[in-house]
Write a protein that binds this ligand. Structure first.
Ligand SMILES: Cc1cc2nc3c(=O)[nH]c(=O)nc-3n(C[C@H](O)[C@H](O)[C@H](O)COP(=O)(O)OP(=O)(O)OC[C@H]3O[C@@H](n4cnc5c(N)ncnc54)[C@H](O)[C@@H]3O)c2cc1C
Length: 415
């Protein structure tokens, strides 16, 4: 067993998903050589897991990735989302009336989101972390114990390290959150998100479409051109979990027929461009985001329905807020792992997280339902929003992560 207690490991981040990698990079870039940043994740060993998700990265999160120098790596393969259309219909309805349209610009020339594919973003972040001098360790954090002035961390390979702070970015089923004794309030939706990349004949012109079908929302999200048919979109199809095993066992042709019924015919012929995978959908928020020398980040702190494409964006807002809290404290000579410092981060993120969680939970309940009075009420509501430009502008700024006073990185300013 090696003991590395003597090393100056200032901050350890457990979890090399997009949230953990982004935080490691932001900290290392801002604090430089006198601060060592360690990121540990067993998934760093070997080839990255196949993950065909694509994310609607909001304008604020994109500004942060640009400031961190990562946006360049994904810009060429990203797709600006220039319009968002919402329709409410039954699966077999031939005509899907449009109830709400957003022209997706926060400011002229600045779309409210870009679609970015998971693999490119993770690879870009990893390369930037390596270049910046983040220590990447291909092992997990097994356990930790808080002591006076530090936290003692034991890794999966039995090595140990003392750190000022442990950040748990280990995903929604965070074992470290459990070890810290932090409770989780949450429930499952009985829905899964079926994800695939679909090729199509006609261009999408940057338009995202969300059909609210009785089993849940079916989103068609524009990807950069490519594939056999020239154009591509990512679908996120929320389906009752009980139906998912039978759907996933379909052969390609039958699966394509099922997708076509929901996708519609507007974009011409369609083809499958990736494997089809499913993610169980649930809601949850940690009872606290911080403890002494311990902070939760990303899905480890909150899990929301992908109905509004905001889960990762919430995680990236956490990154901006926690990085700012740590860097400002370190520059003032304060201890960045001290509870009163970390409480600043919790305060900055708690309200936004709970509000977004409640909004996505409410939307999903309202729309995953075929009862006629509910359909009428929601269609009336969508029609009203569509006629109120002020409210639409507010919703666009909310979705872009630019409402209120965002942390510096989300405004595109360096720390
Ligand atoms: C179908 C679907 C579509 C979505 N679409 C969008 C979208 O359009 N926009 C959006 O903003 N969000 C979207 N999301 C949400 C988004 O995918 C998640 O919020 C995001 O991936 C979470 O990132 P993370 O870094 O917090 O956690 P994760 O990606 O879960 O990473 C956690 C990491 O921790 C590691 N780990 C686990 N245990 C340990 C340990 N003990 N020590 C060290 N490492 C450990 C794991 O190996 C893993 O790499 C979607 C989600 C789904 C399911």
């Amino acid at each position: 067993m090696s003991n590395e207690q003597g090393r100056r490991a200032r901050i350890v981040i457990a979890g090399g998903g997009i949230a953990g990698l982004s935080l490691a990079l932001a900290l290392k870039q801002a604090l430089g050589a006198d601060f060592s940043v360690v990121l540990a994740d067993p998934a760093l060993a070997g080839a990255p897991r196949a993950d065909n998700r694509a994310y609607a990265v909001a304008a604020g999160a994109r500004a942060m990735l640009e400031t961190l120098g990562v946006w360049e790596a994904v810009a060429a393969t990203s797709q600006p989302m220039t319009e968002m259309v919402i329709s409410d219909s039954r699966t077999k309805d031939a005509v899907r009336p449009v109830f709400l349209t957003f022209d997706g610009e926060v400011e002229p020339g600045q779309p409210f989101a870009h679609m970015v594919e998971n693999a490119g973003l993770v690879a870009g972040l990893k390369a930037a972390c390596e270049q910046a001098g983040v220590e990447l360790r291909a092992t997990g954090v097994r356990r930790f114990a808080t002591q006076e002035g530090s936290v003692e961390i034991v890794f999966g390979d039995d090595s140990r390290m003392a750190s000022l702070l442990l950040v748990a970015a280990d995903g929604a089923r965070s074992k470290l959150r459990e070890q810290a004794g932090i409770g989780w309030v949450g429930w499952g939706y009985g829905q899964s998100g079926i994800v695939a990349t679909v090729g199509h004949e006609r261009p999408h012109h940057g338009r995202a479409v969300e059909h609210f079908l009785p089993s849940g929302p079916f989103a068609i999200l524009p990807l950069a051109d490519g594939g056999r048919l020239g154009h591509r979109s990512s679908i996120v199809w929320s389906e009752r979990t009980g139906n998912v095993p039978a759907l996933l066992s379909l052969d390609n042709e039958d699966m394509l027929t099922e997708i076509e019924t929901r996708f519609g015919l507007e974009l011409g012929e369609i083809a499958l461009e990736s494997a089809v995978s499913a993610y169980p959908l649930a809601f949850g928020v940690a009872r606290r985001f911080v403890d002494d020398r311990f902070a939760l980040l990303g899905d480890a702190a909150h899990l929301i329905h992908p109905i509004a494409g905001q889960g990762l964006n919430l995680g990236l807002k956490d990154v901006a807020a926690l990085a700012e809290t740590i860097v400002d404290a370190a520059r003032l000579g304060l201890d960045p792992g001290a509870l009163d410092v970390l409480e600043g981060y919790e305060k900055a993120r708690r309200f936004d997280t709970v509000a977004m969680g409640a909004m996505t939970d409410g939307l999903n309940r309202l729309f995953s339902n075929d009862a006629t009075p509910l359909r009428l009420a929601r269609d009336l509501g969508l029609g009203l929003v569509d006629r109120l430009p002020g409210l639409k502008r507010f919703l666009i700024r909310e979705a872009a992560g630019l409402a209120g006073t965002p942390p510096r990185l989300l405004r595109g300013e360096a720390l």
